[in-house]
Design a protein around this ligand. Structure first.
Ligand SMILES: [Zn+2]
Ligand SMILES: [Zn+2]
Length: 375
């Protein structure tokens, strides 16, 4: 059954999103229609809208969404009408070499930025009848959207949609970077550089894993003021002091066991700081993307002889669907206070304000709540 809904459409890169009525056709094989509850405003959406990451306008962007299944297409096995779900932008095929080995995040067919659905066609159409893409097969910035089953994870009922939405990308990336990739152990010293939504979640992940010292580093005092609420034991203002000196003092000169690099864009100087703060057998985890003028890592190979490691991560580990369930269960058990990451809610028609606030660094995480407005 066709549905008329409303969506924030990217008409041209670097233009504000346009709030428009949209027709959604019936779901095809393996697809479901969702009534969206909330969608997080993630830093990578900004780079899609600005045209840095690939996108084919017109398209509905957004990749950090939560909703409820309202219609199920043929062949859908794991979901039924009424199920609460979150969207994941890496949708594994389940059968390739990586998927068979549990490395689902790296499935070569897991992500498609063409805006078309898996069969190469579209489900969304504007008032003139022209096709509108669903970016990454998700299109979260809409009151309803169509999503392939492989990009959805069923979650327990009753989770606040705004919290559920964040788990699909930012939370999984940050918590997973600490728990799965850095493998933080009880008693470790951890530094998190960049306290946005992902960095704040990384602080929470380090706390969950039992880190003894968690040093939050940022250049914004408002963000550092919130860091202890996420589990940071110390904060360092990189705009005011030398980070390596400060971390050296906090760790009696030993350095930290893990550095989680989570600034908006990783730059060479972030690596220099990370190396200066990293103890022997420590690990640097690059959590965010690099700036586009950065094509190498400024590290002396001699430093690696003391078992130091440098790794990166996408969505905080190899199996996003498994982790979505784990982090939501821990949230429900009161062990991961994810609601604290949300510093502003926006209505769908206020989404461009949300992006302005993101660019200005005003939020840890802003969330578009479909039933609400700015608060
Ligand atoms: Zn994201
Ligand atoms: Zn695969």
């Amino acid at each position: 059954m066709a549905i008329t809904t409303e969506a924030a459409v990217l008409r041209a890169v670097a233009e504000p999103l346009s709030i428009e009525p949209i027709q959604i056709q019936s779901p095809a094989h393996g697809e479901v229609i969702l009534e969206m509850g909330a969608a997080g405003i993630c830093g990578s959406d900004r780079y899609v809208i600005e045209g840095t990451y690939p996108v084919e306008p017109p398209a509905v962007c957004g990749h950090e969404g939560a909703g409820v299944v309202v219609e199920v297409g043929p062949g859908v096995q794991s979901l039924e009408v009424g199920d609460s779900v979150v969207q994941i932008f890496k949708g594994p095929c389940g059968t390739c070499r990586y998927c068979q080995r549990g490395l689902k995040t790296f499935c070569p067919t897991g992500m498609d930025s063409s805006g078309r659905l898996r069969d190469g066609t579209y489900r969304m159409f504007d008032e003139s009848g022209a096709a509108v893409g669903t970016h990454l097969g998700l299109g979260s910035f809409a009151r309803h959207t169509v999503t392939p089953e492989r990009h959805l994870v069923k979650i327990p009922e009753g989770v606040e949609p705004a919290v559920a939405a964040l788990v699909s990308c930012g939370v999984s990336t940050g918590v997973g970077a600490a728990v799965n990739v850095a493998e933080v152990r009880p008693g470790d010293a951890v530094m998190v550089l960049g306290i946005g939504g992902v960095g704040a979640a990384a602080v929470m992940g380090a706390a969950l894993a039992g880190a003894e010292r968690i040093v939050a580093v940022d250049v914004k005092t408002e963000k550092l003021a919130l860091a202890p609420g996420y589990g940071a034991t110390d904060v360092v203002d990189a705009s005011a002091v030398d980070v390596a000196d400060a971390v050296g003092e906090l760790t009696d000169g030993w350095g930290v066991d893990a550095v989680l690099l989570a600034p908006d864009r990783v730059r060479p100087e972030h690596y220099e700081t990370a190396i200066a703060c990293l103890g022997a057998a420590g690990v640097i985890v690059q959590v965010g993307g690099t700036s586009h003028d950065m094509d190498s890592i400024p590290v002396s190979p001699n430093l690696l002889l003391a078992q130091r490691r440098i790794v990166g991560t996408t969505i905080g580990g190899p199996d996003p669907a498994r982790d979505v369930v784990r982090w939501i269960d821990l949230y429900l058990a009161g062990r991961l206070p994810l609601q604290k990451l949300i510093t502003q809610h926006y209505g769908l028609d206020e989404i461009n304000i949300g992006f302005s606030d993101l660019v200005a660094g005003r939020n840890i995480r802003g969330v578009v709540t479909m039933s609400g407005d700015r608060h």
